[in-house]
Design a protein around this ligand. Structure first.
Ligand code: KIV
Length: 279
C-alpha cells in the first residue's frame, strides 16, 4: 500500500503521525532517516530561509526549487508541497498548474491548500484531476497581514464554527487530511472526532491525529518569533554561532589552518615551481 494510502486509512488506529518542514536536501534526508512520516515543503520557507517579512511573497518558482531539493534528500518519504499565495491568487486554473508543477517537476506526492476565497472551486478542480490535497484551516498565514494577525483563531463560537465548516468542506471535496493551525484544543478535538480524514495540528492541542512543526523552530535555528505552540528541542543557533566565532578566533590567532588541514608536494616539484616563479 502506498504511504499516502497508509496515512489516509490510519484514522482511529491510535497511531499519531509526525510531520516536519524541510526546504533542502540535507534536512529532508535527516527527517527521512529519523522516521518522520510526512515532510512538508511549507511556504514558511519565505520567512524562515528567504528573509521575506511573511509567507505571502514566496513565488511558485522558489517553492519548486526547494521542493526539488527536498525530494533529492528524501527519496522515499511522503512529501507535501505547500501552494503559496502567488501560486493560487489568479484562481483555480493557476492553482491546478501550480499543483501539477509540484507533482510533475518536483516529484512530490501531494499539495497543501490554505482555506480562502477560491478554496472550494480549487478543490473541485483538484478532485477532477486527482491531485491529493491536504487542507489547512484556523490560522492561515497567507491571509494574515502584519505580525498582529498571528493570533489564535476560533475562540468565539461563530469563528470556531466557521473553522469546523471549512474543515468539513475540505473533506467533502476530497482532501485526504487537514492541518488545524492555532485553534483551541477543544475545538480541534471536536473537529478531529467529526472528520473521517486525519487532522494534523500545529498549536491545536494533543487530540489531533498528528502534529506538525517548522523544523527551524524545533531545532532553535529560527528565533525571530517564539509562538507558544513551538517546543524547542535544541538551540542550534547558539551551537552554530559558537562554531563560527571559534573559527574566526582560530583564523585570527593562527590556530587554523594547521598542517593536518593543508596539502604538501614533492620537494623536487616545488623546486621546479620555485625556479619558474622566480624568473
Ligand atoms: O508553511 C508551513 O510551514 C505550514 C505549517 C506551519 C503547517 O503551513
Amino acid at each position: 500500500m502506498s504511504l499516502l494510502n497508509q496515512f489516509i486509512q490510519a484514522k482511529n488506529q491510535g497511531r499519531k503521525w509526525t510531520m516536519l518542514t524541510a526546504y533542502d536536501a540535507p534536512t529532508a534526508e535527516l527527517l527521512e532517516n529519523a522516521g518522520i512520516d510526512l515532510i512538508l515543503v511549507g511556504d514558511s520557507l519565505g520567512m524562515v530561509l528567504l528573509g521575506y517579512p511573511s509567507t505571502r511573497e514566496v513565488t511558485m518558482d522558489e517553492m519548486i526549487h526547494h521542493a526539488k531539493a527536498a525530494r533529492r534528500g528524501a527519496r522515499h518519504s511522503l512529501i507535501v508541497g505547500d501552494l503559496p499565495l502567488k501560486g493560487i491568487e489568479k484562481g483555480p486554473r493557476q492553482a491546478l498548474a501550480s499543483a501539477r508543477r509540484f507533482i510533475k517537476e518536483a516529484h512530490l506526492d501531494a499539495v497543501k491548500l490554505e482555506w480562502g476565497k477560491d478554496a472550494v472551486e480549487i478543490m473541485k478542480l483538484f478532485s477532477k484531476h486527482r491531485i491529493p490535497v491536504m487542507g489547512h484551516v484556523g490560522l492561515t498565514p497567507q491571509t494574515v497581514k502584519g505580525r498582529d494577525g498571528f493570533k489564535v483563531r476560533g475562540r468565539e463560537a461563530l469563528c470556531a464554527m466557521k473553522i469546523f465548516m471549512a474543515a468539513k468542506t475540505f473533506e467533502a471535496n476530497g482532501a485526504f487530511s487537514v492541518v488545524l493551525e492555532c485553534i483551541p484544543k477543544a475545538v480541534a478535538s471536536i473537529i478531529t472526532g467529526r472528520l473521517k480524514i486525519p487532522t494534523i495540528g500545529i498549536g491545536a492541542g494533543p487530540a489531533c491525529d498528528g502534529q506538525v512543526l517548522v523544523f527551524q523552530d524545533l531545532a532553535g535555528i529560527f528565533k525571530k518569533f517564539h509562538p507558544r505552540f513551538v517546543k524547542r528541542y535544541a538551540d542550534l543557533d547558539r551551537v552554530m554561532r559558537r562554531a563560527v566565532e571559534s573559527y574566526k578566533q582560530d583564523v585570527l590567532s593562527g590556530k587554523f589552518p594547521k598542517n593536518e588541514h593543508s596539502f604538501s608536494m614533492k620537494t623536487a616539484e616545488f623546486d621546479l615551481f620555485l625556479k619558474g616563479a622566480c624568473v
